[in-house]
Design a protein around this ligand. Structure first.
Ligand code: GDP
Length: 140
């Protein structure tokens, strides 16, 4: 195990309900340190690029609509084994299958509006962090 960084997004359903602070407290309690953070309104092109691996999936346009429907908070989390730790703290994609006490079990509305994103591998974490943050924003 080693200290890793992972990309997290607090999605529009959560920012709309003012859950940024409680989700950040949940992350902190779970050992994930927020080392960079900013609030954005994504364009359709940015959302489509970020989720391009899902371009052929039936839910792709719904996903892009949703991700541009309100503000998101993009953040870099740091911890020992941060990528898999954050996936565990987030819970399963479908909140009905998410482990009790996980962020999605507590706050997600449905499989699309599931409150948070987290990188699914260390390689994707590097790509996703670089998508949203310049090197000079990662100073911790
Ligand atoms: P994640 O890594 O757990 O976020 O899941 P994925 O990478 O598979 O999917 C990306 C996002 O697309 C999810 O977080 C959901 O917002 C949405 N999504 C995934 N699967 C479905 C689905 O079957 N139906 C719908 N409507 N949305 C989905």
């Amino acid at each position: 195990m080693s200290i890793q960084r992972t990309l997290s997004i607090i999605k529009p359903d959560a920012t709309r309900r003012n859950l940024t602070r409680v989700i950040n407290e949940h992350l902190k309690r779970s050992g994930l340190k927020v080392v960079a953070q900013k609030r954005l309104l994504l364009t359709k092109a940015q959302a489509a690029k970020f989720y391009e691996v899902h371009a052929e999936r039936p839910f792709f346009s719904e996903l892009c609509e949703y991700m541009t429907s309100g503000q998101v908070v993009v953040q870099v989390l740091q911890a020992e084994d941060a990528v898999s730790l954050n996936r565990k703290v987030m819970g399963a994609t479908n909140p009905e299958e998410a482990e009790a006490g996980s962020i999605r079990a507590e706050y997600a509305l449905n499989i699309t509006e599931n409150s948070v994103h987290g990188s699914d591998s260390l390689e994707n974490a590097r790509i996703e962090i670089a998508f949203f943050f310049a090197e000079f924003e990662l100073v911790v």
